[in-house]
Design a protein around this ligand. Structure first.
Ligand SMILES: NC(=O)c1ccc[n+]([C@@H]2O[C@H](COP(=O)([O-])OP(=O)(O)OC[C@H]3O[C@@H](n4cnc5c(N)ncnc54)[C@H](OP(=O)(O)O)[C@@H]3O)[C@@H](O)[C@H]2O)c1
Length: 317
């Protein structure tokens, strides 16, 4: 039997790869896209459905039921209001439809950073995780570490001869980054693993863990040029957020800006690895690995092939 899988957030960085991984495995894919989304992809087993999940789920109630649901929805800004609308409300609407359909699995793409929920988007993600866990559906929650795209933003600067920004000495944080295709494959594989039902699965790419200083050194080796680093104190973000906060009481834009600064501080100071309660520290060893593509291979491709093409529009097939 061919499964019908609804992918919400299909146009996202991971969502697109999940669609691709599903089609390669012969699933029938229903891609949920925002009204008016420009996404040119045709495949005999792909159906697109357009609508605003932050407003209503009626457009999903009108389609033929699916037996699996994957949510790759995510707030693009991380601002408090957007996080509530997308991370909680839209996912909650999706869950209502999934409950009506009685799906065999609701698979949620979350994030490893929810282990220490300080930011609005993390709290909304956790709030939905809790709602999903309390539902009667078979669920799986995936909490990945950093994506390659999150560690690639400074290549353009280096190509222009500019320094690589690090925080503190560049070893305050570490992660085991995972390639988008490898994460998508891992997610799709969980649909057929009974052991993944009712499981929260943190996942990284092939180790070892790498620090921001390690990323700068790796890029230097691959570009065969000395890479200068410039250190910033992470507390700068908190100072700027504190300055903006009083304005946030009146202006929503200032409130969002302050939140973005707190997000920057979080990523400058917290590792994207599994937190060990016992050791009271992040643990590389406890962070599971999947996939085969390394950050070094990704950087090499981006240096040779041009950064923009790698980060820009994704082409399927
Ligand atoms: N970046 C990292 O290193 C990292 C690491 C671990 C986990 N994560 C988590 O992984 C998840 C997915 O990340 P990603 O990079 O694939 O996200 P992304 O590229 O930003 O995609 C977000 C998806 O959600 C949709 N969406 C956003 N706002 C919406 C709205 N108001 N209404 C309806 N749909 C909306 C987007 O649609 P449009 O295309 O129409 O905007 C898109 O399909 C996130 O939960 C993120 O926190 C990220």
């Amino acid at each position: 039997m061919t499964h019908r899988v609804l992918v919400a957030g299909a146009s996202g960085y991971i969502g697109r790869h999940v669609v691709e991984a599903l089609l390669q495995r012969n699933y029938h894919v229903v891609a949920q896209l925002r009204a008016g989304a420009q996404w040119r992809l045709a495949h005999p087993k792909l159906e697109c459905v357009y609508g605003e999940l932050t407003e209503s789920e009626q457009f999903l109630r009108d389609i033929e039921p699916c037996d699996l649901v994957i949510s790759c929805l995510a707030s693009r800004s991380g601002g408090a209001r957007d996080a509530r609308l997308v991370e909680y409300d839209a996912n909650n609407r999706l869950l209502a439809v999934a409950l009506k359909w009685g799906v065999q699995r609701f698979l949620l793409l979350s994030a490893i950073c929810v282990q220490k929920p300080r930011l609005a988007f993390q709290k909304e993600k956790l709030r939905f995780e809790a709602t999903l866990r309390e539902s009667n559906l078979p669920w799986t929650i995936i909490r990945p570490t950093a994506f390659f795209k999150s560690l690639s933003g400074q290549i353009v600067r280096l190509k222009q001869g500019k320094p690589f920004f690090i925080f503190g000495n560049g070893t305050l944080t570490a992660c085991k980054p995972i390639a988008e295709q490898d994460l998508a494959t891992f997610m799709v594989e969980q649909l057929t693993h009974a052991s993944a039902i009712g499981a929260i699965l943190p996942i990284g790419g092939p180790g070892p863990a790498i620090t921001p200083l390690g990323q700068a050194q790796l890029l230097g080796q691959l570009m065969q040029q000395p890479v200068k680093t410039r250190s910033l104190p992470p507390r700068l973000f908190l100072i700027a957020a504190a300055v903006l906060s009083p304005f946030g009481l009146v202006f929503s834009r200032a409130r969002d800006q302050a939140e973005f600064l707190r997000i920057a501080h979080f990523y400058a100071t917290e590792s994207m690895l599994v937190w060990s309660e016992e050791a009271e520290a992040y643990s590389e060893g406890l962070t599971p690995e999947s996939g085969s593509k390394t950050l070094s291979e990704c950087y090499e491709q981006m240096i040779k092939g041009g950064v923009v093409s790698e980060l820009g529009e994704h082409k399927l097939f």
